[in-house]
Structures are given as C-alpha cells and as structure tokens.
Design a protein around this ligand. Structure first.
Ligand code: ADE
Length: 246
C-alpha cells in the first residue's frame, strides 16, 4: 500500500514513521508513506497557501488551488483521497479495515482556521477522528496511518490484530505477563493451567464484561452467539450479585 500525506507541516509526521511498528513496516516494504509539503504548490512568491475569507471573519482559509494542484500532481487511478476534518465521518476500526484494503491513500490535512469549501469536491471521503477540533489534520492523519498500517499483511502478527478491541465488535480481554503475583495482585488461575478451552471461554467472558461495563453501546447492535448469550447472562447475574453485596 502507498500512503501519501499532503500537509503544510511534514515535520509533524516524520517522527511517527521512524519508530516502532510503522518504521518496521516501511522498512519491510509492507507500505510506503510519502510526506508531501503542499506549500510547494503555491504559485505565490512567498509560498502563501491561505487567504482571508470572503465575506469577512476571523482567520485565514486554506486555498483550493494549492490543494488542487497538490492532489493533481500526486494522484493516480488507484488513489482514494481523504480529507481530514472534524466534519467527516467518525473514524472507527471498521473504517480502518476498509482503508487497509485500498491500494493507495492520499490523506489531505487542512490547517489554520479552515479550508475553502471547494476542496470537498476533490476528495472521495472525509474523516474525523473525534468530536474535538485539532489545530490541523496532521494528528488525524497520523492516527489513520497507524491504525491502517498495523492491519496490513506482515505488519504485525495476524493474531495480534484479530484479538484487538473492536476488531470483532467487543473490547479486548485483559492480558497478563510475569510475575504471577505483584504487590498482592495475582494473575487469574485459569490462565496458568494450559487448558485452552477454559482460557478461550475466560477471555470471551472477560471481553463481554469489559464491553458491558465500559461500552454497553457496542453490544446493542451485536448478534450474540449462543455461547455469548450464555456467558452474558452469567455475567449479568454476577454483576447483580456484586451490586447486592456492595
Ligand atoms: N482536523 C481538525 N480536527 C480534526 C478532527 N477531529 N478529525 C480530523 N481532522 C481534524
């Protein structure tokens, strides 16, 4: 996969590509990430990329011609072009999976107080990473890069991403490593005995517990399996008993 990021601040993104899993994925050739400074597409001798808004008002607006030239110079027939904006569709693991199947992504980072509305017509999608306003799209692009690249074949072990929170619609079960006892807190016995059937059931039940306690909204639209239904009623009974004993 190729990812091209159109930005006014390439330095903001350089660091994340040089560390850890993204660095290794790029080195292994799982994907390439190109940072493109949109300023080079300004025709202005001072390389201005923004201007005052028509109709007045505070702040500067990112100009459509600069973004258009940058996109035109870098798009291919395979490019899926995404604008980072708080007005976009809310980013989720399902969208990360959708994007991981594309051959090429172009992520366009707006900056300053806003961008010319016409830029919307140059892209295939608009994505928001949450209901808050960032100073620009760079951090949002970083989030998308990170979550998409780790899903690509050979970026990390397949089982690791299959166990992720959200990957099957539930939060991930709790994990433990050595030591078996630390400051009086011990690892659940079932994880130590090597009984894979019991371990699988424990993990599913704890996944359900986390989800029902922290994100009950995720369970609302889920088609529960018979096993999940059984574990969920056990959990509900346990949680009700805990409440009564409290
Ligand atoms: N640009 C500014 N805020 C943003 C957000 N929440 N998501 C995506 N892009 C943004």
């Amino acid at each position: 996969m190729k990812i091209k990021i159109l930005t006014l601040f390439p330095n903001m993104l350089e660091g994340i590509l040089k560390e850890s899993i993204l660095k290794r994925a790029i080195e292994k050739g799982v994907c390439s990430v190109e940072l493109i400074d949109m300023r080079q597409y300004s025709l202005d001798k001072h390389h201005h990329v923004d201007d005052t808004p028509y109709g007045g008002g505070a702040g500067m607006v990112l100009a459509c011609d600069v973004v258009d030239r940058a996109i035109t110079a870098h798009r291919t027939a395979q490019s899926f072009k995404i604008l980072m904006t708080p007005q976009g569709r809310p980013f989720q693991q399902t969208i990360a999976k959708e994007l991981a199947s594309k051959e090429e992504l172009i992520l366009i980072c707006g900056h300053y107080e806003g961008f010319d509305e016409r830029i919307r017509s140059y892209v295939d999608d608009e994505i928001s990473i949450g209901d808050y306003v960032l100073t620009g799209g760079e951090l949002a692009a970083a989030v998308i890069c990170d979550s998409v690249i780790r899903l690509l074949d050979n970026a990390i072990r397949k089982e690791s991403s299959e166990d992720d929170s959200f990957s099957d619609g539930l939060l991930e079960y709790p994990q433990y490593t050595r030591p078996v006892e630390y400051k009086g807190c011990t690892v659940p016995e079932v994880l130590l005995n090597g009984n894979h059937k019991l371990i699988r059931e424990f993990r599913l039940k704890e996944s359900l517990r986390k989800t029902i306690l922290r994100r009950p909204d995720l369970l609302k639209n889920r088609n529960l399996t018979k096993e999940e239904e059984r574990l969920l009623s056990m959990l509900q009974a346990e949680l009700a008993a805990d409440k009564n004993n409290a």
